[in-house]
Design a protein around this ligand. Structure first.
Ligand code: FES
Length: 172
């Protein structure tokens, strides 16, 4: 969604610029930042928090927080709210581990991403916890219970896994 044109705006609406964001083609305008163009195109989740994988997006819009960081053209941790849009740039959400697929309801792609994450790090409690949440939402409670338990074994302080396991056990 875009605001109506107004005097003095920084973008030039006569000059479209296209880049990719997580495989989607996003078109903004000269004068946009990568984040402002992605936001105008309806994208909201730019990264996930390290510990609990909560969604992160635009907050300060001035380059002073970690919430809009993406990997851009292979460079990690780019604050995209102050990074000018560039034709052909390739931006990727960070630390998402399939969570962006899950939030779109694409369970198979999310499951594949979480499983790939576990293959590269079999001791990642967040990946187990994410898989468990996915299976719980899909109705596979035995598998969800097993994954939540594994997440808690690896990280006994994982509150999402603790609460998820309690929810699964209450449904038996
Ligand atoms: S939204 Fe805070 S640095 Fe970009």
């Amino acid at each position: 969604m875009r605001l109506e044109p107004r005097d003095g705006e920084r973008i030039d609406r006569s000059k479209p610029v296209t880049f990719s964001f997580d495989g989607w083609s996003v078109t903004g305008f000269e004068g946009d930042t990568l984040a402002s163009a992605a936001f105008a195109a309806g994208k909201r989740v730019f990264s996930r928090s390290f510990k609990y994988h909560r969604p992160r997006g635009l907050v300060c819009c001035s380059g002073h927080c970690p919430n809009c960081m993406m990997t851009v053209d292979g460079v990690p941790n780019v604050r995209t709210c102050v990074e000018p849009i560039r034709e052909g740039a390739v931006a990727k959400a960070q630390n998402v581990l399939g969570a962006s697929f899950a939030s779109l309801g694409q369970r198979d792609r999310a499951r594949a991403a979480f499983s790939a994450s576990l293959q590269s790090d079999p001791h990642d409690p967040a990946a187990y916890s994410n898989l468990a949440t996915l299976e719980m939402e899909a109705g596979d409670l035995p598998r969800a219970r097993r994954y939540f338990a594994e997440a808690l074994t690896l990280d006994p302080t994982n509150e999402i896994a603790r609460q998820g396991l309690a929810t699964v056990l209450a449904q038996r």
